[in-house]
Structure formats: C-alpha cells, structure tokens
Design a binder for this molecule. Sequence first.
Ligand code: VGL
Ligand code: ZN
Length: 202
Amino acid sequence: MTALILIDLQNDFMPWGALPVKAGNEILPFINPLMDRFSHVFATQDWHPEDHVSFAVNHGKRPGETIEVHHETQMLWPEHCVQDTLGADLVPGINKEKIEKIFTKGIDSQVDSYSAFFDNAKKKETGLHQYLQKRNIKELYFAGVATDYCVKYSVLDALELGYKVFVIQDLCRGVDLHSGDVKRALDEMKSKGAKLILAKAI
Ligand code: VGL
Ligand code: ZN
C-alpha cells in the first residue's frame, strides 16, 4: 500500500506567514490534484506551545542563531505555528476531506520535532509509523515544506524505518537559510535511498 504524506502545509511557512519558505505557495495549486491520486493521504502539522524551545525570543536571541540543548544544536526560529493560531492552520484551499489523519508535532515545549515520525531527540513517536504499519502501507510519497528541515528529517526517518520513499521534488520548497541547504538536503535523501521524482511521474 502507498500513501502521500504532506509535510507542514501551514500558513506560517507560506510567504504570508511567520517563518516564510520562499515560494512555498507555488506548490499549493498542485496539492489537491495530487491528493486525488492516492487512497491514503496524511498530513503533518507543526504545533508549538508559546514557550517552545525553538523560538529565538524565548532565549533573547535572533532567528538563525543556535543554542545547545542536551548536547544537540537547536536552530532558533521566529515564533511560528503556535497552537490554535491562524499561522498554525493548514493553508486555505487544500481539500482537508481527503486527509485521513493529521499528525501534530513539536508539542513538547522542550524538544523540537522536525520529523513526521519522531521528535528530534528520537524519544517520542507521533504515531504515524504505527498507523502505517497497521494498514500495511510501505511506500511513502512526500511533498511539502521545508525541504531542508521537516521534509528531510521525515524522509530520513522513513528510510531508517524501512519504507520505500519517494520525494516529489517539484512539490517541495525549502528554507535555504544557508545557500545550498536545499540541494544538500535533496542529495542526502537521495544518497540514503530516497527516489527523487516529479509530480508528473505519478
Ligand atoms: C519547520 C523549522 C521549524 C519545517 C518546522 O516545517 O520544516 N522548519 N519548524
Ligand atoms: Zn517548528
């Protein structure tokens, strides 16, 4: 069985949001037709409390700076996807009826969570893996934002968990905080076993 996983298609990652992904909105017109090609569609939703560890303001720092949390480097972001705010909503216009289940992440104020499967400390699961296993879903297609963060982490975890993974390259957009990040993310996903494809090939 095959599923489409839409990563973080939320207002705050769009050009009108708090953590804008460049041209993130370009992919939106293609999402509904894409969903129609799958019998299982899932979405992730970044869903942070206001005191989240990834927010620069909570450390008196600026977005783009980093801190060390439990010996791991944590990138600091503008406040984004705060629970129950418009910025955290899925973007308007996508057919939510086609989404079988939404998996939220980043709820624990002390741990960031880029991946659709685990938090960044790999301590807690979102429930997606169990859900997919129960339904014998073994092939995953990924689209969404951001290529160099949540898409990348989700794809690498999916590969480690043994899924066959396709990245719909033209329906992903990245932050590219350091120029070349998106390309490096795609190269890494490919080198670890993901197939990079174009939407027209589906
Ligand atoms: C994301 C940064 C912070 C993402 C989420 O969706 O890629 N990036 N939170
Ligand atoms: Zn976040």
